[in-house]
Design a protein around this ligand. Structure first.
Ligand SMILES: Nc1ncnc2c1ncn2[C@@H]1O[C@H](COP(=O)(O)OP(=O)(O)O)[C@@H](O)[C@H]1O
Ligand SMILES: C=C(OP(=O)(O)O)C(=O)O
Ligand SMILES: [Mn+2]
Length: 534
């Protein structure tokens, strides 16, 4: 019997609490034949269960809000006209009502409570309690977060509580100052998150990432939207920043190296550490031959989302009729080559910015100067790929500060400051890698990108001949082992190289315009010369 008392949160008449269910119980519950609608899981040929997440198959940043109170008011990077972002304020009075909607939804129910950690570092980890009513949601957070030992569970005291009321709706959203019947609301003072009317698991995962992004930099720790891996000796750490779909998971999963984590990391005096206990890979067009490690991670205990499965359990990874953002979550130990037992490595030596350039202008790899590193990190130019955010249906160019603007709770310059501080300490080098398009109109191949990453990580790029690309002033290698030399200068990928010039000037102008918002202080202004020049 569970000893958890949910009445402390106002949740009443709980019928049954299933506390930190085992995988076996999760499997049994999520495939229970009496389940209906989006609660129902389907067993697939690979042993993993697939679920449908309903109307929301990606995050909904327009529905994200933070409670404005005495504590948060001067800390949070609130949206402004000058620099719009997703941190919209909501009043304390509205919060009370929103939380009450969640509490009402969760009352009189059988509930799952999953207690887990966010952050591999014991000193700074956040003990998170998820309260959910859907079995597969409990499975999702069990996969994604760090599971406590029996002893840790017995002494568990949550630092943060998430109320997932995905079946509820906010009918009076206008009155409360919200955007729709859907709400993803954070209270940084009471340390709570409420989720209403979206079943997408990413709101819980990226929600806690947003909170780490709020608390850690205030303690002088870098908090980063990046994947991380290290060499087989656990010495040569690399981090890969990138917005969703740019290749963090794909490229960090590398049998030649040990995976630290695929999405969210901190960097403190001890080095780089994962926030999570699992991975969340995109599976659209997943191919067994080209991505065997991710493919093999899809087995019993992994949880597929929004994938098309026929009556015999056969999966069609090519089908994007529900969404292009089809996913699988799995505990990190489904990948063979990982750092164990704690997902951490020493300070990074290589920092890679993954940018999926939909314009086809950026070279597949550029060697950045320290000033360019700051400029391109703050700019965060990339594309939003289809599906991860509501309303995005095709690759959409965007400037997403620090390659994760939707998750930043403090001003972007704070993240840049913490990253640069750590990079200077370790002497790390930075590279900008375009995993998007070039003049062929196609996306750069995973094979070529992997060749580029190998050349960065084994140091071959440091001995490669290079040239300077005009307008952007990027230093680019002209040959690299295992990479088609004809793609290294993006101009060579155009039938008519002048086309590149026109597009490059257009993109440069976008960079310059975007960077204006950082120019109101001397440090920002000084970086302008590191950006593209017209
Ligand atoms: N050159 C490339 N580099 C990395 N990924 C690529 C490339 N070309 C296509 N892709 C595809 O893009 C997607 C990258 O997704 P993923 O690695 O999950 O991104 P993230 O973890 O950053 O959200 C995968 O579906 C992958 O197959
Ligand atoms: C899960 C998400 O992102 P990523 O693809 O970076 O894991 C997301 O943006 O909802
Ligand atoms: Mn990922």
């Amino acid at each position: 019997m569970s000893t958890i008392d949910l009445s402390q949160y106002g949740i009443k008449n709980v019928k049954e609490i299933i506390h930190n269910p085992s995988y076996e119980q999760l499997f049994k519950d999520e495939t229970d034949p009496s389940l209906e609608g989006f609660e129902k899981g389907t067993v697939t040929e690979l042993g993993a269960v697939n679920v449908m997440t309903g109307v929301y198959t990606g995050r909904s940043p327009k529905d994200k809000f933070i409670v404005l109170d005495d504590n948060s008011k001067d800390k949070v990077w609130w949206t402004t006209e000058e620099y719009p972002n997703d941190n919209k304020p909501v009043t304390e009075a509205a919060w009370k009502e929103i939380k009450q909607i969640a509490v009402n939804e969760l009352s009189d129910k059988k509930l799952y409570v999953v207690d887990c950690f966010c952050g591999a570092n014991h000193d700074t980890r956040m003990a998170v309690r998820f309260i959910v009513e859907v079995a597969w949601q409990a499975h999702f957070v069990t996969n994604m977060f760090i599971q406590p030992s029996a002893e840790e569970l017995a002494n568990f005291k949550p630092d943060f509580v998430v109320f997932n009321a995905s079946k509820a709706k906010v009918t009076n959203f206008k009155e409360l100052g919200l955007n729709s019947e859907t709400a993803v609301v954070f209270n940084t003072t009471s340390r709570e998150q409420v989720i209403i009317n979206t079943w997408y698991g990413g709101e819980m995962k990226k929600g806690m990432f947003s909170m780490m992004n709020y608390y850690l930099p205030q303690q002088g720790i870098a908090s980063m939207h990046c994947s991380a891996n290290t060499d087989k000796q656990g010495q040569n750490t690399a981090i890969f920043f990138g917005l969703s779909g740019t290749g963090k998971t794909t490229l960090s999963t590398d049998p030649k190296r040990l995976l630290i984590g695929d999405d969210e990391h901190g960097w403190d005096d001890n080095g780089v550490f994962n926030f999570e206990g699992g991975c969340y890979a995109k599976v659209i067009n997943l191919d067994k031959e080209s991505e065997p490690d991710i493919f093999n991670a899809i087995r019993r205990d992994a949880l597929l989302e929004n994938v098309t499965v026929d009556n015999n359990g056969k999966i069609d990874f090519k089908d994007k009729s529900v969404t292009e953002n089809t996913r699988v979550s799995y505990p990190i130990n489904h990948i063979e080559s990982i750092v164990e037992p704690i997902s951490a490595g020493p300070a990074a030596k290589n920092v890679i910015f993954l940018s999926a350039d939909a314009f086809g202008v950026l070279p597949p790899v550029s060697i950045l100067t320290p000033e360019q590193t700051k400029y391109y990190f703050l700019s965060g130019f990339t594309a939003k790929l289809a599906g991860t955010e509501r309303g995005i249906t095709e690759p959409t160019p965007t400037f997403s500060a620090c390659f994760g603007q939707a998750f930043l709770e403090l001003h972007p310059t704070k993240y840049a400051e913490e990253l640069v501080k750590r990079m200077q300490q370790s002497g790390a080098k930075a590279y900008l890698v375009n995993t998007g398009w070039n003049g062929t109109g196609k996306r750069i191949s995973i094979k070529d990108t992997r060749g580029i990453i190998d050349a960065i990580l084994d140091g071959a790029i440091l001995n490669a001949p290079t040239k300077k690309l005009p307008i952007f002033n990027f230093e680019v290698p002209t040959e690299l082992p295992g990479v088609d030399p004809k793609i290294l200068d993006p101009r060579d990928t155009y039938t008519n190289p002048e086309e590149w010039d026109v597009k490059a000037q257009d993109l440069a102008a976008r960079f310059i315009k975007n960077f204006k918002k950082y120019e109101n202080n001397p440090a920002g202004k000084a970086l302008v010369t590191a950006g593209p020049q017209l």
